[in-house]
Design a protein around this ligand. Structure first.
Ligand code: NDP
Ligand code: MG
Length: 390
């Protein structure tokens, strides 16, 4: 079977996911045309990408930048500046697929815009789904079957396990988790851990925000919420397994007890390219998995005391309304501070847990029925979370 060439917009093209997507797009130039690229402020990388891929639209979301910052030879495409670059790229008529790989829930409007324009969304930006789960799933359903494809490795694994399942219901999702750099740390040491310690991820090389989330297990907390929406399961059907080797990317258990898993090396190019080429499978350029080289594959239960993030996700799902949006916003604010991005006083890991828990409690129940309600809950949670920082 031959598949037609697809046109792709990449939102957040200069990031860890964005650059890997362009790597596989270049490897398969006969299959993908890149029609839009956006970055925030990393101009030099974006300029090099625009030179290489010659898109129709390029955007810099940092509102301080203008066309005067763009070299003359790169003005052949349409340039958009400020946050609207994301929604304009998401709505571009010539784009069939939109890879949303910006970091943070600020990607939500572009996810909704792309789906409203009947574009296939390749979703790396899990924060958008966590904050606006019901809205995104409603828009995805209206857009048609398989119009929202997961890029997150665990959710891609689950999606792959469901291919050929013939609509059989899921009994459980086994969501694997590397455990991060603090997997074996005592609670007191973990709570006192710093930015440099959190940024040493044992198996995956990723952007700073998700690397921090992987250390606190807020990444897995967000992924529980993500899985609940994508695969229409109840929170109690999702079991998190600490699997430090990051080889089993997740699994699905069916009613007869059969467990179907997807295995591979920890290389994001596989789930990225699987979403880009779906349903075709193309070579990623990565080394094949060598099971003989694996001394062992281990699985253990997460420790809810040292890592309270998982429980916060389960409670937020049960609370409903905008609770998951509030959890995500508080985490974004705390992680920004933890990473030293807001210029404030440094905080340790323990403070991230404290800020999220306290914000959830103080904000209480808010609705999440439409985009304005979600944006308002996000704004309110950010205000409360910021007030809790030193
Ligand atoms: P990075 O930090 O590496 O990249 C983020 C991208 O978003 C960059 O292109 C950046 O532009 C852009 N960006 C930053 N701030 C803004 C803003 N305010 N407005 C618009 N664009 C902005 O992140 P990752 O690639 O690691 O992660 C992207 C998303 O994918 C996240 O939601 C993450 O959770 C998810 N994900 C990532 C995985 C990974 O392996 N990295 C795995 C699974 C999911 P600039 O370079 O100019 O700052
Ligand atoms: Mg993941």
């Amino acid at each position: 079977m031959t598949y037609p060439k697809r046109s792709l917009a990449v939102l957040g093209s200069t990031g860890s996911i964005g650059t890997q997507a362009l790597d596989v797009a270049a490897r398969h130039a006969d299959r993908f045309t890149v029609v839009a690229l956006t970055a925030h402020s990393n101009r030099e990388t974006l300029f090099a990408q625009v030179r290489a891929f010659r898109p129709l639209l390029a955007g810099l979301t940092d509102a301080r930048l203008t066309l005067a910052d763009v070299p003359d030879d790169l003005r052949f495409c349409r340039w958009v500046f400020g946050p609207q670059a994301l929604t304009e790229a998401a709505a571009l008529a010539q784009a069939q697929d939109v890879l949303v790989s910006v970091v943070g829930m600020l990607g939500l409007p572009s996810v909704l815009t792309a789906l409203e324009h009947r574009k296939r969304v390749l979703l790396a930006n899990k924060e958008a789904l966590v904050a606006g789960g019901a809205l995104v799933m409603r828009a995805a359903q209206a857009a048609g079957e398989n119009m929202l494809l997961p890029v997150d490795s665990e959710h891609s694994a689950i999606f792959q396990c469901l291919q050929g399942a013939g609509g059989n219901p899921i009994r459980r999702i086994l969501l694997t988790c590397s455990g991060g750099p603090f997997r074996t740390w005592a609670k007191a040491d973990l709570d006192a851990a710093t930015r440099a310690q959190a940024l040493r991820h044992p198996t995956w090389a990723m952007g700073a925000k998700i690397t921090t989330d992987s250390a606190t297990l807020f990444n897995k907390a967000l992924e529980i919420i993500e899985a609940k929406h994508l695969f229409h399961v109840e929170p109690q059907q999702i079991q998190v397994l600490i699997h430090p080797q990051s080889v089993v990317h997740s699994a699905v258990e069916f009613q007869d007890g059969a467990v179907v898993a997807q295995l591979g090396t920890p290389d994001m190019r596989l789930p990225i390219l699987y979403a880009m080429a779906y349903p075709e499978r193309l070579p990623t350029g990565g080394a094949p998995l060598d099971l003989f080289a694996m001394r062992e594959l281990t699985f253990e239960a997460p420790d809810p005391v040292r890592f309270p993030s998982l429980r916060m996700a389960e409670e937020s799902l049960l609370a409903g309304g905008a609770a998951c949006c509030v959890l995500n916003a508080a985490n974004e604010v705390a992680v920004n501070r933890f990473l030293g991005l807001d210029g404030g006083m440094a905080i340790p890991v323990g403070k991230i847990y404290a800020v999220v828990a306290e914000t959830l409690q103080r904000v209480g129940h808010l609705p999440a029925d439409d985009l304005p309600a979600v944006l308002e809950a996000d704004r309110r949670a950010r205000e409360v979370a910021a007030s809790l920082l030193p």
